[in-house]
Ligand binder design. Structure first.
Ligand code: ADP
Length: 590
């Protein structure tokens, strides 16, 4: 378990774990010596040998003092190592999270990550580091005790020695199902967490659709499962503890029995026999302690497996030798024979998609729900990679561009704006913390945020609340536009689900987009006729394939799908005509 974990942790944290293992073993050896030395000491005292008693007592006192000091040192250093390791594990997890493709994030995985960060991080750090001493003591001390016992009674030593693997076996059997129970318990826990989040977040839907009972039923069923697995878990643990405790008691009884039989054979050696019996009892104590920490270590082992699985989930790879993008404002985009397949659906979400977007132009992606628009949009800022094919910007494959460079050059506007729970200023300057007030004022005017700042208490320093919920949808959208405008990207990706916006915010988005024309290459998932009409090109997706592409005016005349989509709308006066730059297209695009 520990080896598995150390393989994915950073060097400093690994060093912390290794040092704690060494400290724990050193403590266990000293503790073993202190226990073992009780045998000759007791034998000397009971036997009335005062000179030997003094000698053994001094040694025993020394070993006991050293063992106590080592214990204090191990706990103190272990506690510090725990806090360092916990922070390091959480940072590793958060950093890994940033590198995962967006498709990885599902409600149950989000809940899983939540439990890995907390309380999972405790399980992989504190529960291991602070129990290592008890574990080492439970293994090393009995072995040392057996060595001491062998010096006075080989028979008793053999019984003790044999009981160690036997007890280990009993321990394995009695705790075998604990790990499986822990997996079931964890799955139920994750499911319940996901359901609670879902229930809280979907209140509007549940209430407006009068389906509160459905949401409640899903939640209570998850909580029922959690309750059942928790009960099973407690039963398993009690059975494991009782089983192991009984086995240890049987082992101690066997040792005392052997000692007793020896007493019958040689009644004069009473001192050694009393000392051996005492040792047998002390031999059992560290073994029992291991059983007590076993449950915690089993839980840790299951959490370590999940943590390692998470940390080894393939990231979107960073290029070994990143290529630099051409300087200049706009960048062209090439979608080159792209296929995207999701594991959960048999049909490809995108199939042989080909088109080029010349620099400075605006392309509207249109199509029915499920046509593949969002999937296509996600490929450009490399939130996910295509299954086959390539996406190039400025002629460079996005997989060959460092993520920092890519995210600086591409601005992304999504319909669901989630802001950081900081001030408006912090959110606008998220990508440009060095921006001065003049720049902020300029983007505030451009995005319509100036009106919001003038109106709300605190202005630029107003707190937006968790996920930005102190602001309306339109206000959050303006913050997002101001942030992207300040970023001054070469490409803007925009999912125009403007239905959530008030008419003023919608006009602001449209004005901002039309002002980008020529300076920035824009790709819009378009739902509004106005946006479609003013785009340079339109790409029509259906079932993951490009079925039409060209200028809006051309497509409107072509009599195809696009024509049918818009034929109820008559105002085509603003549409860009065929005299403008054509959409260069490749195979598969009609
Ligand atoms: P659109 O944006 O045009 O509505 P999408 O790109 O969201 O379409 O979806 C295209 C297809 O891919 C749909 O069939 C959808 O169910 C599926 N899909 C989208 N995202 C995922 C995902 N993360 N996992 C599995 N299937 C997905």
């Amino acid at each position: 378990m520990i080896g598995q974990l150390l393989a994915v942790l950073d060097r400093d944290t690994v060093r912390g774990y290794r040092a704690q293992i060494r400290r724990s073993v050193a403590y266990a050896v000293l503790e073993g010596l202190a226990v073992g030395l009780t045998l000759p000491t007791l034998a000397a005292i009971i036997g009335g040998d005062s000179e030997a008693s003094t000698r053994w007592l001094i040694l025993l006192a020394l070993a006991t003092a050293l063992a106590l000091a080592a214990h204090a040192w191990t706990v103190q250093k272990g506690t510090r190592a725990t806090f360092d390791a916990m922070a390091a594990v959480q940072v590793l997890e958060i950093e890994h999270l940033r590198t995962l493709p967006l498709d990885w994030f599902t409600p149950s995985r989000n809940a899983e990550v939540l439990t890995l960060l907390w309380p999972g991080a405790i399980s992989t750090t504190r529960n291991i580091l602070l129990n290592l001493a008890a574990l080492a003591r439970g293994i090393v001390t009995p072995v040392i005790v057996v060595v001491f016992a062998a010096l006075v009674s080989p028979t008793a030593a053999v019984v003790m020695g044999m009981s160690i693997p036997l007890l280990y076996l009993v321990h394995r059997v009695t705790t075998r199902h604990l790990e499986a129970a822990e997996h079931v318990d964890h799955a139920a826990n994750t499911e319940a967490t996901a359901r609670i989040i879902e229930y809280a977040e979907s209140q509007t839907t549940l209430r407006s659709a009068d389906r509160n009972n459905l949401g409640m039923a899903l939640l209570t069923s998850a909580l029922d499962d959690l309750d059942k697995t928790a009960r099973r878990g407690v039963r398993s643990e009690i059975a494991a503890r009782t089983g192991f405790g009984t086995a240890v008691n049987i082992a101690v009884a066997a040792i005392v029995l052997v000692v007793g039989i020896r007493l019958l054979d040689n009644p004069t050696d009473i001192a050694t026999l009393i000392a051996l019996s005492t040792l047998a009892l002390r031999f059992a104590e560290p073994v029992m302690t291991v059983a007590a920490v076993a449950r915690m270590l089993r839980t840790s082992s299951a959490t370590v497996t999940r943590t390692v699985d998470f940390l080894t989930t393939p990231s979107l790879s960073e290029p070994v030798e990143p290529q630099t993008l051409p300087e200049g404002e706009a960048l062209s985009i090439q979608i080159d024979d792209v296929d995207v397949r999701y594991d959960s659906i048999s049909e490809p979400a995108l199939s042989a998609v080909n088109f080029d977007v010349p620099l400075g132009s605006t392309v509207a992606i249109v199509g029915a729900s499920g046509a593949g628009k969002s999937t296509l949009l996600r490929l450009i800022p490399r939130f996910a990679d295509p299954t086959t094919g390539a996406v190039r910007i400025g002629g460079v494959d996005v997989r060959d561009i460092s993520s920092a460079d890519l995210h600086t050059r591409i601005g992304v506007i999504m319909p669901e704006v989630v802001l950081l729970d900081r001030t408006i200023r912090d959110n606008v300057t998220a990508n440009r913390p060095d921006a001065n007030q003049d720049e902020l004022d300029r983007v505030a005017t451009l995005s319509g945020l100036d009106e919001v700042i003038a109106r709300i208490p605190g202005g630029w320093n107003a707190q937006v609340g968790p996920r930005g919920t102190n602001l309306s949808g339109g206000e959050r959208q303006r913050v997002q536009i101001a942030r992207v405008a300040l970023q001054n990207p070469s490409i803007v990706i925009l999912d125009e689900a403007t239905a959530a916006l008030d008419p003023l915010s919608e006009r602001i988005v449209q004005k901002w987009v039309s002002n980008l024309h020529g300076r920035c290459t824009v790709v819009i998932v378009a739902h509004r006729l106005h946006t479609i009409a003013t785009a340079d090109y339109v790409v029509v997706l259906e079932g993951g394939e490009v079925i039409e592409s060209g200028t809006p005016a051309d497509l409107a005349e072509a009599g195809g799908q696009f024509h049918r989509m818009i034929n109820t709308r008559t105002d085509t006066s603003q549409w860009r005509s065929t005299t403008q730059v054509r959409l260069p297209h490749k195979g598969g695009v009609r």
